[in-house]
Design a protein around this ligand. Structure first.
Ligand SMILES: Cc1cc2nc3c(=O)[nH]c(=O)nc-3n(C[C@H](O)[C@H](O)[C@H](O)COP(=O)(O)OP(=O)(O)OC[C@H]3O[C@@H](n4cnc5c(N)ncnc54)[C@H](O)[C@@H]3O)c2cc1C
Length: 595
């Protein structure tokens, strides 16, 4: 067994896989430690990738050189562009996936990547020397040294599963919880951990569903792949799409939930550990929207080789017998047989105010956190952070500045800026409404926004970049009407003329608005990017209120832009900080001149 690595990643979920691949592909000797190699990149909830705003994130990870989009294209069983009746700014790709295939394919990719080792074991503690992470001790006592450590432990830290009134330890159903690492994160690393929870709905046998009572939801007639590197025409030829189906809850379903609220695990701990507001259980829905007589349920296939069907929308914490009755009260599910029952899970997370916008912890150098551990929810949010944590661990070891994406250039930038400036008091998920510049940061132009960055960090190959340059030239040719010598599809692949023409049309539609946005961004950029020194003394600024000082001391923002987005920080506080930073800058300049 090797005992020395550049980077160790704890966890092989969606964050861990992206982190590991980003490190190994840039030449770093990388180790992924995971409790179970058979569950690499497992989707414990909905086997779907993308969706509103999340689809944009997946396209961005891809343009930067990550894996999620490519993996999805090769095990997706239904592709849909959500919001397609609205403007392209909010079009959001989504794919229903074959759950097992997704996991197997990602595991194979890890296995086949050079510089990357995989170890099935439980990380018990992080070795910290002089406030620097330098390795991991596994449960069996071995110490593995490294120059950086990335923790992507998902829902496993002190995980507790709740099903009705029953509770037991677990990282996911039938998987062991990580019972030791939290102690090291608090003790050795000085982090504070809190609790969140999340629920998952039951899965039923598709053979027991009466689809004639449901509405069919087919995939798109002209599906689009997620990855910029997937050749559309070949891919479409090989794709066999499977339909999803829609039905509704009814007053009987709601009555059953209402009468048994006290039996539901949704209210565990008196509701103290918060769950994702946007994936409410039926118990929460009927309390939040008592006027609604029905809620949508989507019956979604879980794979090509299984009849298991996921009941999206029927999240619940009720005991097994009541789950059964509730499922059978729904039209089309009268005789449905549950294969896996719904459950809730509670777990430790670290409020992301404790990480910098590079995702390195503020307490321990070279220790990075990515994914659900930072208080987010969702595979895509996790993958994005894992990718950035991996890239930034690598850049740090190469002695380079971290990759910090702007809010004006990516959803990933918004996600990390939001969580590091505001923290996460409830599980954070991405929405298009969080993006100030959503006309510019669309799913269709992720390559134009980010592929140069992917290239600069060494994750986009020369051959692919050459194709990308030809694509960019083709866009200009189409835009200018120079179509005589335009490239043809074979030369452009994996890009295509169809894609180029669509891109130019979308650009023309928005270019006036985008120009206005560009001017706003460049006006704001000076202040937005102005750095606040790590040791800045907020307490010395008498004009700041005690509350603002406390908040700024807690978050320790790295730029004025970040400071301005901290909740309870007022424009007047920013004005005070700006004046003070300007004073400091002038003072330093004067000192230099005297020297
Ligand atoms: C029951 C349930 C319901 C969910 N519901 C939703 C939902 O409604 N909506 C939604 O968006 N998301 C939901 N999710 C969340 C979604 O699964 C996560 O957001 C996503 O998987 C997080 O990815 P991750 O990589 O951060 O962690 P995970 O995918 O959880 O992966 C964690 C990895 O770390 C490993 N690990 C942990 N600790 C150790 C250790 N000490 N040593 C070695 N390996 C370790 C595990 O083996 C695993 O490989 C749900 C998850 C669960 C379990």
């Amino acid at each position: 067994m090797e005992k020395k690595y550049d980077v160790i990643i704890v966890g092989a979920g969606h964050a861990g896989c992206e982190a590991a691949l980003a490190c190994a592909r840039t030449g770093l000797k990388t180790l992924v430690i995971t409790m179970d190699v058979d569950s690499i990149a497992r989707m414990p909830c909905n086997p779907a990738i993308g969706g509103i705003a999340k689809g944009q994130i997946v396209r961005e990870i891809d343009a930067l050189g990550g894996e999620m989009a490519w993996n999805t294209d090769h095990c997706g069983l239904q592709f849909k562009m959500l919001n397609s009746s609205r403007g392209p700014a909010v079009w959001s790709p989504r794919a229903q996936c074959d759950k097992q295939l997704y996991s197997i394919m990602m595991a194979k990719t890890l296995e086949n990547t050079g510089n990357l080792d995989i170890l099935q074991s439980e990380a018990a503690s992080i070795i910290v020397k002089n406030a620097k992470a330098c390795g991991v001790k596994v449960l069996t006592g071995e110490i593995i040294e490294s120059r950086a450590v990335i923790i992507t432990a998902g829902t496993f830290l002190n995980g507790t599963i709740h099903s009705g009134k029953a509770s037991f330890g677990g990282g996911r159903f039938n998987e062991k919880e990580a019972a030791h690492l939290s102690k090291s994160l608090t003790g050795d690393c000085g982090l504070t951990l809190s609790r969140f929870k999340t629920t998952t709905p039951p899965r039923v046998n598709g053979n027991s569903i009466d689809y004639s009572k449901m509405t069919e939801q087919p995939g798109d007639e002209k599906p689009r792949p997620f990855s910029h590197f997937t050749e559309v025409s070949k891919w479409r030829q090989n794709l066999k799409q499977i339909s999803c189906w829609m039905t509704y809850t009814n007053p009987e379903t709601h009555k059953m939930a209402a009468e048994n609220l006290d039996l539901s695990s949704v209210n565990i701990n008196g509701g103290n550990s918060k769950s994702p507001r946007y994936c409410p259980s039926i118990e929460e829905k009927i309390q939040r929207y008592p006027e609604k007589i029905r809620h949508q349920i989507f019956a979604e296939p879980e794979g090509y080789n299984t009849n298991e069907v996921y009941l999206n929308g029927l999240y619940t914490g009720l005991p097994f017998d009541l789950q059964e009755k509730m499922v059978n009260s729904v039209s089309g599910l009268e005789n449905a047989k549950i294969i896996r029952y719904a459950y809730a899970i509670e777990y430790d997370y670290a409020n992301p105010l404790q990480v910098k916008n590079s995702l390195e912890t503020k307490t321990v150098e070279n220790l990075f956190l990515g994914g659900q551990i930072n208080g987010t929810t969702g595979y895509e949010e996790a993958a994005a952070q894992g990718f950035i944590a991996g890239v930034n661990a690598g850049l740090k070891l190469f002695g380079k500045s971290p990759l910090i994406l702007g809010r004006n250039e990516s959803y990933i930038g918004i996600l990390i800026d939001d969580i590091t400036a505001k923290g996460a008091d409830e599980p954070y998920r991405m929405f298009t409404s969080r993006a100030e510049y959503r006309l510019s940061i669309r799913n269709d132009n992720a390559d134009l926004r980010l592929m140069d960055i992917g290239r600069s960090i060494g994750l986009i190959s020369d051959a692919m970049y050459k194709k990308f340059e030809l694509y960019k030239k083709t866009l200009l040719d189409i835009y200018d009407g120079n179509t005589d010598n335009i490239a043809y599809d074979e030369e452009l692949a994996p890009w295509s003329l169809e894609k180029a023409e669509e891109e130019v049309n979308i650009h023309k539609k928005y270019e006036g608005y985008i120009e206005i946005q560009r001017k706003t961004v460049s006006k704001m950029k000076k202040n937005e990017d102005r750095k606040i020194p790590d040791n800045f003394d907020y307490d010395s600024l008498e004009s700041l209120s005690a509350e603002s000082k406390e908040r700024l001391n807690k978050v320790r923002p790295q730029t004025l832009g970040q400071a301005s987005r901290i909740s309870s920080i007022k424009p007047s506080d920013i004005a005070i900080l700006t004046i003070h930073l300007e004073k400091q800058r002038k003072q330093k300049k004067d000192e230099k001149q005297i020297c």
